[in-house]
Write a protein that binds this ligand. Sequence first.
Ligand SMILES: CC(=O)N[C@H]1[C@@H](OP(=O)(O)OP(=O)(O)OC[C@H]2O[C@@H](n3ccc(=O)[nH]c3=O)[C@H](O)[C@@H]2O)O[C@H](CO)[C@@H](O)[C@@H]1O[C@H](C)C(=O)N[C@@H](C)C(=O)N[C@H](CCC(=O)O)C(=O)O
Ligand SMILES: Nc1ncnc2c1ncn2[C@@H]1O[C@H](COP(=O)(O)OP(=O)(O)OP(=O)(O)O)[C@@H](O)[C@H]1O
Ligand SMILES: N[C@H](CCC[C@H](N)C(=O)O)C(=O)O
Ligand SMILES: [Mg+2]
Length: 496
Amino acid sequence: MIKLSKLLHEHTSLRDTDIAGVTADSRTVKPGYLFAALPGTQVDGADYILKAIKAGAVAVLCRPDAVRADVMAAHDSVIWIREDIPAQVFAHIAARFFDQQPETVAAVTGTNGKTSVAAFTKQIWEHMGFKSGSVGTLGINGPDSHQDTGMTTPDPVTLQKAMRDLCEAGVDHVVFEASSHGLAQYRLDGMNVSVAAFTNLTRDHFDYHGTQEEYFNAKARLFGEVMKPGSVAVLNADCPLVMEVADICGARGHKVITIGHHSGDIRLLRQQTSEVGQDITIGYQGEIYDLTLPLVGSFQAMNALMAVGLVIGSEGNVDQAFEALSHLRAVEGRMEQAGRHKSGARIYVDYAHTPDALETVLTAMRPHVKNKLAVVFGCGGDRDKGKRLIMGEVAAQFADRTYVTDDNPRGETAADIRDQIMQGCPGAMNIGDRASAIGQAIADLKNGDILLVAGKGHEQGQIIDNKVVPFDDIAEIRSALAAAPLQPSPQRRYGA
Ligand SMILES: CC(=O)N[C@H]1[C@@H](OP(=O)(O)OP(=O)(O)OC[C@H]2O[C@@H](n3ccc(=O)[nH]c3=O)[C@H](O)[C@@H]2O)O[C@H](CO)[C@@H](O)[C@@H]1O[C@H](C)C(=O)N[C@@H](C)C(=O)N[C@H](CCC(=O)O)C(=O)O
Ligand SMILES: Nc1ncnc2c1ncn2[C@@H]1O[C@H](COP(=O)(O)OP(=O)(O)OP(=O)(O)O)[C@@H](O)[C@H]1O
Ligand SMILES: N[C@H](CCC[C@H](N)C(=O)O)C(=O)O
Ligand SMILES: [Mg+2]
């Protein structure tokens, strides 16, 4: 129980009452709850206010025009809180209800690399001896706990409850992924973010944001609105939009740390592929750091340095942060080696599900390919349709053999999605069933080839209509390899 006045400092004129819980879903209202009626993409939460009251809601947060005066009068025992942006107010209410956040809260936004940067940040903190947590696509991860949420940025109640649970587990450092949906829907406005990174911005989610500008504006909210003035921003100096983000940060008085190849405070001066990953040389504040990064994929060096930026930006020891880089582990489903074919060909699973990510991973693999580079991929249904043809073109340009297959068709006809991709890569094989596509690609492998199975990474299911059918790329690769004599790689590890 908590007093309403503690949740809403701004509304001093409201009658006070005890609040037993807070929710934005009428189906989970219990007696004594505050119900937030939020507009959505499917329905308007305001249509469920009377249901919430019937279930015992004692306070209702909604838009000023959401309820007629006579309805409010008929329910005058309910405390009505009327706000222009109820979702934003609700995020603060949820934060005050759960009322605990780790001392250091870092956030990561950007089109690609959020999960990777978050996982590396957590690993570096752990290496430095901090009790750490992470929240994102790989779920809520504490020092000894894991919970899937199915979201990258969970709703405010799940997020704030996770913060309290992590604090109770002794966590003092947490890093979370700020998705563009999460930012646009104010899910994380109650977070006390002290340092945040912007990895990059390329095409994705046009289905939701409409234009690239709106997509950028959603991401930029993290720096311009969510973080308190005078925080720290870690920016990718190689990203064409870095100046726009830096201007937003400047106006808000944030300290900026830039990371880049040719310019930046933390500079990647040298990068050379090695047996175990890559040898890199980094320059920072006049010091040179030479180390081996045990990660495959040149782009992972930038992700690792963004993580160092977050650690340094949250007052972590600089030498310890760089030293930790040589201990980083691959992140589950990101450039993860899944097995090796009898021919010696290696097979990787990766979460590339945007044109930029697919191009980035295929380019990163090329130096390791002695013969042909093959890719199996598809595109998710009910998501940005415009990226499908482009991803087809990327595969045609950067791979030698392409197998177009199903990702998560969701509510769309899978064959139509594949046809849209095939327009960009007419020479590809079109095999709808993902297990069969993987099987065919493996059967075609020759010595010196590399096969990339892209798009689903760590995912454990395939979403067809509204149902989730169990599916794991790594397991399918292993069973296809078992059909052909195999050498599977060791058990998968959790990086976050
Ligand atoms: C498009 C989108 O982001 N949708 C999210 C949004 O749902 P919505 O706006 O469609 O909600 P709605 O169904 O219209 O309902 C509106 C309101 O009425 C309430 N309601 C509804 C029915 C009822 O009986 N009673 C009731 O009170 C709902 O609880 C809600 O508050 O708010 C819901 C509650 O927070 C989310 O679960 C839901 O995520 C859906 C499942 C989803 O798939 N989201 C994806 C696109 C997403 O957010 N992805 C990003 C990652 C993207 C990336 O890769 O960058 C993420 O952060 O996970
Ligand atoms: N810095 C990067 N630049 C370009 N592509 C990247 C970068 N880092 C990772 N990728 C590619 O993007 C894929 C997704 O990476 P990751 O899961 O870290 O991103 P994300 O931003 O968390 O994605 P999501 O939006 O699904 O949460 C990787 O599997 C890889 O193919
Ligand atoms: N967070 C992303 C993940 C996409 C993964 C891909 N497998 C797909 O289903 O499109 C989304 O929900 O858009
Ligand atoms: Mg992610």
